[in-house]
Design a protein around this ligand. Structure first.
Ligand code: ZN
Length: 154
C-alpha cells in the first residue's frame, strides 16, 4: 500500500502562511484544514515503491518530512512569537486530514466517505510530482518570508 498525500512539510507551511495572513484562529484554523484538500489536488510525489509501507527507506522519508516540518514551524514561531499559538494550531489543522487517514492505513480499507473523498482527489501521485512539491515549498517559504516581514511593521 502506498502512502497517499503531499508531504507534511508543504501542508504545514501552508497552514503557517494562513496563520500569518489571517491571524484570527477561529477563521484561520478551518481555512488551514480546508487547504489540505486543495494541496492534495495539486500533482505530488508518490506512486513509487520507496513511498510504500514496509520499504526500507519509507520510515526515513516520513521521519525526514516530520523533522523538516517541526524545524520549519519552530523557526516561523521563533520569528513571529506573538502568533506562535495560531501558527502551531494552523499547521496542525493543515496536516490533520492525513493524521485522520491513519485509520485507513491501519485497517487497509477506505471505509468512510471522508477517506474515499480524500484519496480520490489525489489524481496525480508519481515521482515527477516531487518537482511540483519542491517548487511549492520554495513558493510557500517565500510567501511566509514576506508575511513575516509584514508582521514586523504592523
Ligand atoms: Zn492528504
Amino acid at each position: 500500500m502506498y502512502n497517499n498525500c503531499m508531504t507534511a512539510t508543504n501542508h504545514a507551511l501552508t497552514g503557517a502562511a494562513i496563520a500569518l495572513a489571517v491571524q484570527q484562529p477561529l477563521l484561520a484554523a478551518p481555512l488551514a484544514f480546508f487547504s489540505h484538500f486543495l494541496l492534495d489536488i495539486i500533482p505530488h510525489f508518490g506512486g513509487t515503491p520507496i513511498y510504500e509501507f514496509g520499504h526500507k527507506y519509507f520510515l526515513y522519508i516520513m521521519a525526514g518530512d516530520a523533522l523538516i516540518t517541526i524545524n520549519a514551524i519552530t523557526l516561523i514561531c521563533f520569528l513571529s512569537p506573538s502568533l506562535a499559538a495560531v501558527i502551531i494550531l494552523c499547521a496542525l489543522c493543515a496536516v490533520l486530514p492525513d493524521i485522520i487517514l491513519f485509520t485507513y492505513y491501519t485497517s487497509g480499507k477506505p471505509n468512510t466517505w471522508f477517506h474515499k473523498t480524500h484519496l480520490k482527489i489525489q489524481w496525480y501521485e508519481h515521482p515527477p510530482g516531487a518537482i511540483v512539491e519542491l517548487s511549492y515549498a520554495i513558493l510557500m517559504s517565500t510567501v511566509i518570508g514576506i508575511l513575516l516581514w509584514r508582521t514586523q511593521w504592523t
